[in-house]
Design a protein around this ligand. Structure first.
Ligand SMILES: NC(=O)c1ccc[n+]([C@@H]2O[C@H](COP(=O)([O-])OP(=O)(O)OC[C@H]3O[C@@H](n4cnc5c(N)ncnc54)[C@H](O)[C@@H]3O)[C@@H](O)[C@H]2O)c1
Length: 398
C-alpha cells in the first residue's frame, strides 16, 4: 500500500504543468511505487494561475512561493520557476527539509547551482534535476552498450542541442533572454542537456574550448509568463542580453575528444538534442526528434557496413511501463513521468538516483569552464569552480 506524499509546486508554466501531469500519471505507469503524490498547493503569479491550479488538481493556490515551501503538508517541492528564482527557493526548501525536484539549469549562473548544491547536501534531502533526455529507453540502452565496452574504446563524441524556438526575429523577449531573470543564454538553457548527456554516456569532461554568439540582438518585450515560443508583431524593443549560440571542443578525462553545439536560433532542426559516439569497434547515434530509434553500427567483421536502426522496446530502460511492444512510440511527457518516478523512489528508498544535484553541479562546472573559455579565448580546465564564474555578468557574443 503506497504512502501519500504531499507535493508543492512552484510555478505553473510549461514545466510546472508537465511536472504536474507526471505526478498525476505516475501510478498509471508505476503501480508499485511506494509513494502516491497528493497535489497540496501550487504557487504562480500569472493571470489565471488560481484557475490553472484548480484545473490541474491542486487543493490550494498561492501567489507566494514561501507558502509552498513552508506548508506543513508539503514533503516534496517541484521548482519550475524561471531561473532567477531557483536559488532562493531551492535553498529555502532545503532548509525547510523538503525534497526537491528542480529544473535545470538550477540558477542563473554556475555559482547559484553550487549554492543550491551545498544547501541540499547540508540538509540531506533528496533531489531530482530535469535532465530527462537521459531517461529515454534508447538512451539508456546506448549507455549500457557503451559501458559494456561493446563499441570498444570511445574516441569521438559529438553532442548537439540545436533548436529554433527563437529563430524568428519576432520571437518574444521573455525572461530567458535577460541577464537578471535567465542568466546565461543557451549555455544555461540547453547546454546543460548536451553536457550532461556527454558525461552520462562517456564520463567526465576535463577541458573545453568554447565560443558564443548572439545573432538577434533585439526583440519585442514580453510580460513574465509569456511563452518563449510566442511570436509578437510590433511593440517595444529590448536588448537580448545573453547568447543565442554556444559551442565547444571538449576533452574527456578518458581521452575521448568531441564537440558540443547548442543554438536557439538554428533554422532547420526543431529540437535536435542528439549525439553520435564513435568507438574503435562500433558507433551509435540518437536524436530526440526520433526518440524511439537508435542507430547502431558494430564492426563485426561481416561484409555489411553502416548503421542499422534499433527501435525502443520492452527490454530497454522503463519502456515496458509505457508500451507493450517494440516500435510503439513513447513521447516527451513520458520522460518526465520516468523522472517523477526517479524522484519519488529516491525518497521512498532513501537512495539518491540520478540525475540529482551532484550531476547538475558537475554539469555546471563544465558550463562554467565554457563560459570562462568564451571570455579568455583559451582552453579552460573543468576543475573545482572558480569563484568568478558565479558572479559573471555579460552574455553577449564575444
Ligand atoms: N527540462 C527541460 O527540458 C526544460 C524545458 C523547459 C524549461 N525548463 C526549465 O524550467 C523552468 C521554467 O521554464 P518554463 O519554460 O516552464 O517557463 P515558463 O515561462 O513557461 O513558466 C514560468 C512560470 O513561472 C511563473 N513565475 C514567475 N515569477 C514567479 C514567482 N515569483 N512565483 C511563482 N511563479 C512565478 C510565471 O508566471 C510562469 O507561469 C526554467 O528554469 C527552464 O530552464 C526545463
Amino acid at each position: 500500500m503506497a504512502r501519500e506524499i504531499g507535493i508543492g509546486m512552484v510555478s505553473l508554466g510549461w514545466m510546472g504543468q508537465l511536472h504536474t501531469r507526471a505526478y498525476r500519471r505516475l501510478f498509471d505507469h508505476y503501480p508499485g511505487c511506494a509513494l502516491k503524490p497528493r497535489l497540496v498547493v501550487a504557487a504562480d503569479v500569472a493571470d489565471g494561475a488560481r484557475e490553472n491550479a484548480e484545473r490541474l488538481g491542486y487543493e490550494g493556490w498561492t501567489d507566494d512561493w514561501r507558502e509552498v515551501v513552508e506548508h506543513p503538508d508539503v514533503e516534496a517541492v517541484s521548482i519550475t520557476a524561471p531561473n532567477f528564482l531557483h536559488c532562493e527557493i531551492a535553498v529555502a526548501a532545503a532548509k525547510a527539509g523538503k525534497h526537491i525536484w528542480l529544473e535545470k539549469p538550477c540558477g542563473r549562473f554556475p555559482g547559484e547551482t553550487f549554492e543550491i548544491g551545498e544547501a541540499i547536501e547540508e540538509a540531506g534531502v533528496k533531489s531530482m534535476i530535469g535532465l530527462m533526455y537521459r531517461h529515454a529507453p534508447t538512451v539508456e540502452y546506448a549507455r549500457k552498450i557503451i559501458a559494456a565496452g561493446e563499441l570498444g574504446e570511445i574516441t569521438h563524441y559529438r553532442g548537439y542541442f540545436l533548436a529554433d524556438y527563437s529563430a524568428d526575429p519576432h520571437g518574444a523577449l521573455t525572461w530567458r533572454f535577460k541577464d537578471e531573470y535567465g542568466g546565461l543564454g543557451v549555455l544555461g538553457d540547453i547546454m546543460p542537456h548536451a553536457a550532461d548527456m556527454a558525461q552520462n554516456l562517456i564520463g567526465p569532461i576535463a577541458g573545453v574550448s568554447a565560443q558564443r554568439e548572439t545573432f538577434i540582438r533585439e526583440r519585442v518585450e514580453a510580460p513574465m509568463g509569456a511563452s518563449h515560443f510566442s511570436v509578437v508583431e510590433g511593440g517595444e524593443m529590448g536588448a537580448v542580453e545573453n547568447e543565442d549560440y554556444a559551442s565547444s571542443l571538449v576533452r574527456f578525462e578518458n581521452g575521448a575528444r568531441g564537440t558540443l553545439e547548442t543554438s536557439r536560433v538554428c533554422v532547420g532542426p526543431h529540437v535536435r538534442m542528439s549525439f553520435e559516439v564513435n568507438g574503435t569497434r562500433g558507433a551509435l547515434s540518437w536524436d530526440f526528434e526520433r526518440l524511439n530509434e537508435l542507430k547502431l553500427y558494430r564492426m563485426d567483421g561481416e561484409d555489411e557496413h553502416g548503421y542499422k536502426t534499433v527501435y525502443a522496446g520492452p527490454g530497454m530502460g522503463d519502456f515496458a511501463g509505457f508500451q507493450p511492444g517494440a516500435g510503439i512510440s513513447m513521447g516527451y511527457d513520458d520522460l518526465k513521468v520516468i523522472e517523477a518516478e526517479r524522484f519519488l523512489s529516491s525518497i521512498a528508498e532513501g537512495r539518491q538516483r540520478e540525475p540529482g544535484i551532484r550531476e547538475i553541479v558537475s554539469t555546471m562546472r563544465v558550463v562554467g569552464a565554457m563560459d570562462r573559455s568564451c571570455d579568455t579565448g583559451r582552453w579552460e580546465s573543468v576543475g573545482e569552480m572558480a569563484e568568478e564564474a558565479g558572479g559573471r555578468r555579460n552574455g553577449g557574443g564575444t
